[in-house]
Design a binder for this molecule. Structure first.
Ligand code: TYD
Length: 144
């Protein structure tokens, strides 16, 4: 759900020759990284995403430029702006995402917990929301 989504500040080695950021599995990312992909050459006004995943966990990083990610857990919606090479946005399973406002020349890198699998996608928002409603999150407290 949305309360599991959060920004991760990655280590930075600042240097007059240029800065360096690194990501270590098991330390900066809570899942086993099985795939890396990136979006680039995104034309102005384009939107990416528009789906949710049954099991996949991801970390989004604006390697260059900026873009927004709108997250939706079927109940709440929140917009995040990414514009730093050392900040990642963690997105757990079962969160709908839309990516827009790409700046020119921006690069969106994604670390993912599973190889690509089309069967893991919800491509229709209605299907995603039905699935969320059928299996609601655990209640905050159990009534007596
Ligand atoms: P999709 O996940 O819909 O892109 P986005 O969420 O960034 O808008 O993927 C677009 C196409 O690329 C789709 O046909 C599947 C293919 N694809 C792969 O083959 N491997 C991958 O790792 C990814 C992310 C996509």
């Amino acid at each position: 759900s949305l309360d599991e989504c959060h920004l991760v500040t990655l280590p930075r080695v600042n240097d007059a020759r240029g800065n360096l950021t690194f990501i270590e599995g098991g330390r900066h990312v809570g899942f086993d990284i099985q795939r890396v992909y990136y979006l680039y050459d995104v034309p102005g006004g384009a939107e990416r995403g528009g789906h949710a995943h049954r099991e996949l966990e991801q970390l989004f990083i604006a390697m260059s430029g900026s873009f927004d990610i709108v997250l939706d857990d079927g109940n709440l919606r929140q917009r995040f702006s990414l514009n730093r090479s050392y900040v990642g946005l963690y997105v757990p399973r079962m969160v709908w995402r839309e990516i827009d406002n790409f700046s020119s020349g921006s690069v969106c890198m994604v670390l993912a917990s599973q190889p690509y699998d089309e069967a893991d996608y919800f491509r229709e928002y209605g299907d995603f929301r039905d699935a969320v409603r059928q299996r609601p999150a655990a209640p905050a407290s159990v009534p007596l």
